[in-house]
Design a protein. Structure first.
Length: 74
């Protein structure tokens, strides 16, 4: 019984998944859709494209770090 409790505690401590991770992925998808729509529009808004592009890069880096921590690489 004690071994099962210790194994469960170790498995829970090793888990790096957080509920916020889902929202980060969803925000990344929404930002990507926005940047694609801005690039496809006939009237270009350079400021919005730049802001969206920088935001997309930041969120993609966050996603990469998050997935690498899930895999135990970080």
């Amino acid at each position: 019984m004690f071994l099962a409790e210790e194994a469960a505690k170790a498995a829970q401590a090793a888990s790096t998944f957080n509920g916020f991770d889902v929202f980060v992925i969803l925000f990344t998808i929404v930002i990507a859709i926005g940047v694609v729509r801005l690039l496809a529009s006939p009237k270009k808004n350079i400021f919005a494209i730049g802001f969206g592009g920088i935001s997309l890069v930041v969120f993609l880096v966050m996603d990469a770090v998050m997935v690498m921590s899930w895999m135990g690489k970080i």
